[in-house]
Structure formats: structure tokens, C-alpha cells
Design a protein around this ligand. Structure first.
Ligand code: ATP
Ligand code: MG
Length: 371
């Protein structure tokens, strides 16, 4: 898929950004620090997921001194064109529309504009927090699997309710577990669905990762991924829901004492192995970067395999963090078909040939023009 045009009004440091005719395969934003490069990629991310990956309130997205901001893009997919718009207002619900039709649930937005987002923080994915690794899986699955995003939303709501209930039971004189029984039942049901999706994702993406990894490293190393369940000894050949429910119920006292839900998809992790060694412990900085590049490229491949569409790749400042070899490998392996938006502060990291085929736009203090 391709973004043909992007319009931002009162978004971050932009009064009006009107990018039409960007139906090119490579668009590079160049500019000094704090000029608005990342803000453009963030806007595309929001048009994809309905909210930002950056911390802060939704109203922070609105340009200082204004009451609302608007984001709009026109999309060319293999099958059709789509217009996605988002209006964010202070003190009121945001409104999302696709082709003029109001979208009530964010789960109906996600998956329309498919993206793979890659920024400097992702380079930490292997050794960073487990929540980052879970988010990596969830972001991909939400975009390809109708219903996965919804499952996650339901799961998170149930968890919130359960945590409140567990806290109320900490006072042991309160012996009414009936609400907890209902919540655990529902949580077990939805957990089993999330697990099936996550495990098949890992099984399927591994081949792509190994392929890219050996191309980038030039070595014959084997990558493995292990999904670390917070609930031990689950057997996928038998009724998963029953096993999950049994484990949670057997550990109810622990959860009540801690006042929070301790087992399930929100507490799991994934471990990466290179030649059977835990990459968190043994891999060098360079090895981790190679692995993350392989992961990101595999995301593109996986989304393409599942949906027959190529997602849009957003690369925020990552080139500067890579050595020459990995820079070249990355650009080469992305190929010429995936529409790629890249931000950078300087052009030295890109070859002349590559730049020749690229729309280069200069970003300066909330204004964008041809370089
Ligand atoms: P770097 O090269 O350092 O990553 P950048 O070009 O990517 O810089 P952005 O992250 O896009 O910079 O941010 C540009 C500017 O936008 C920042 O100076 C920030 O203060 C400003 N900004 C963020 N939110 C708002 C807002 N709501 N209203 C006005 N300006 C904002
Ligand atoms: Mg930036």
C-alpha cells in the first residue's frame, strides 16, 4: 500500500502540512533537530493505530494555543483507495472516519493503514522491557488479524476490573469471590485466543527472521525465539482455556495478597537465542542490532504474507545508529516495493544511487519543502 497524500492541521509544531504527490516509494525527511521530522511519522502512526506511541496526553498532539487538530491521509491499497481522517479535540472524544464514515471503535481502524514502525528505541528490543517485546507481537497481529486488537482491548478491560476486585478481597473478611470467578472464566477464554495467535505468529515469523539475519550478518547463525509463558506447562493439544483457568484459580490466594493479576498474556515475555545462547545475556550490541533489523524486515514480510499487502515502513533516525554495513543491508533488503518514510539529520548515510530515486523533503520549523 501507498500513502498518496498526507495533510496535518494544527498537529504538533505544524500549522498546516499539506503533502500531496507523495505516491513515491521513498520519501526522506531531512532537517536539524526539533524541526518536526518525527512528528510527521508520528502522524502516520496515529492514522494507523488511532493513538500515539509517544507518552503524554492526547491533547498534547494539538498545536499549542489551539483547540483541535486534524490528520488526514489518502491511501492506495492493492484493491482500492481509502481516505482516513482523525479529528482530535480538547476535552472531547476524537472522531475517526474512513471514506467519510464514522468509525466508532479503534479496532475498526487498525489494519486499514498497515505500518511497520522502526525507531531508535526499537534497537533496545532484545534487552529492553518485556512489555516492549509483547508490544512488538501485538502491533503486528493487531494489523493483520481482524479481532486480535479487540481481544486485547477486552482482555485489558477485564484485567482492570479483576485488579480492582482483587484489591477489594485483600481484606480477607470479604469472602465473596463470585465476581472473581466470572472474571477469571472470561480471562481464561480470551487468553487462550491470544495465546493461539501469538504462538502461531512466532512459529511463522521465525523462518523470515533467520533468512534476514543470515543475510545481514553474513554468518551461519541460527536464531530461535521462545515464548515464555507466565503460566507453566500449557499443553496446546488439550483444552487451553481449562488449563489457564485451573492455574489461575489454584493461585488465587497469591493474586489476592498481591492485589493484582499475576498470570496470563500481560505477564509473558519472549526470549531470543542466537546459536542457542540467550541474546539478552550473550549478544553484543552489533548482534542485537542485526537481530532487530531482521525482526523489522520480517514484520514487513509477515504482514505481506498474511494480507497480500505491503505495509508502509517508517524509519525514524535509525540509519545514524547503524554501521555502514548494516545501513547498506537495510536499504537493500527493504527493496523497491515498500513505501518507506525516513527521517534523518544528514544525507551521508545514504548512497548517491539510493538518493537519486528518493523524494527528499526538507523540514524546518514546521515547514516542509523540496530539498
Ligand atoms: P530530532 O532530530 O531531534 O529527532 P525532530 O525534527 O524529529 O527532531 P520532532 O520530534 O518532530 O523533531 O519535534 C519538533 C518540535 O515539535 C519540538 O521542538 C517540539 O517541542 C514541538 N512540539 C511537540 N508538540 C507540540 C505541540 N503540541 N505544539 C507545538 N509544538 C510542539
Ligand atoms: Mg526525531
Amino acid at each position: 500500500m501507498i500513502i498518496k497524500s498526507l495533510t496535518l492541521t494544527n498537529f504538533r509544531n505544524y500549522d498546516l502540512l499539506d503533502l500531496s504527490n507523495i505516491d513515491k516509494k521513498r520519501i526522506l525527511f531531512i532537517g536539524d533537530n526539533a524541526q518536526g521530522k518525527t512528528n510527521i511519522l508520528e502522524a502516520i502512526y496515529i492514522l494507523s493505530f488511532g493513538n500515539s506511541y509517544r507518552k503524554g496526553k492526547e491533547s498534547d498532539l494539538i498545536k499549542f494555543g489551539h483547540n483541535e487538530c486534524a490528520l488526514f491521509c489518502e491511501l492506495d491499497t492493492v484493491l482500492s483507495t481509502k481516505k482516513i481522517s482523525l479529528l482530535i479535540r480538547k476535552n472531547s472524544q476524537k472522531s475517526i472516519k474512513i471514506d467519510g464514515n464514522v468509525i466508532k471503535k479503534t479496532s475498526d481502524l487498525v489494519g486499514n493503514l498497515k505500518i511497520v514502525f522502526f525507531n531508535v528505541e526499537d534497537l533496545n528490543l532484545i534487552k529492553g522491557a518485556p512489555s516492549d517485546r509483547r508490544a512488538f507481537i501485538d502491533k503486528v497481529l493487531s494489523q493483520i488479524h481482524e479481532g486480535y486488537y479487540y481481544q486485547l482491548q477486552v482482555y485489558n478491560k477485564l484485567l482492570q476490573q479483576k485488579n480492582i476486585t482483587l484489591k477489594s478481597l485483600k481484606d480477607l473478611s470479604n469472602k465473596d469471590h463470585s465476581l472473581l470467578d466470572i472474571l477469571d472464566e472470561e480471562i481464561a477464554e480470551i487468553s487462550s485466543k491470544i495465546y493461539f495467535n501469538r504462538i502461531s505468529f512466532i512459529n511463522e515469523i521465525l523462518e523470515f527472521i533467520n533468512n534476514f539475519h543470515s543475510k545481514i550478518s553474513g554468518l551461519d547463525e541460527k536464531v530461535d525465539i521462545k515464548y515464555e509463558f507466565s503460566i507453566p506447562n500449557l499443553d496446546f493439544r488439550n483444552n487451553l482455556k481449562e488449563q489457564i483457568l485451573k492455574y489461575i484459580e489454584n493461585n488465587r490466594f497469591k493474586e489476592i495478597m498481591r492485589g493484582q493479576s499475576l498470570y496470563g498474556p500481560h505477564r509473558d515475555d519472549i526470549t531470543f537465542y542466537i546459536n542457542s545462547n540467550d541474546a539478552k545475556i550473550f549478544s553484543s550490541q552489533g548482534q542485537q542490532r542485526t537481530l532487530v533489523l531482521a525482526l523489522k524486515l520480517s514484520e514487513i514480510k509477515y504482514i505481506n504474507k498474511k494480507t497480500k499487502q505491503l505495509p508502509i515502513l517508517l524509519l525514524d533516525d535509525v540509519m545514524a545508529e547503524l554501521d555502514n554495513n548494516r545501513q547498506n543491508n537495510l536499504l537493500e533488503l527493504i527493496g523497491n516495493d515498500t513505501q518507506t518514510f525516513i527521517t534523518t539529520t544528514h544525507l551521508e548515510d545514504f548512497s548517491k544511487d539510493w538518493l537519486n530515486d528518493t523524494l527528499i523533503l526538507k523540514v524546518s520549523n514546521g515547514n516542509v519543502c523540496l530539498n
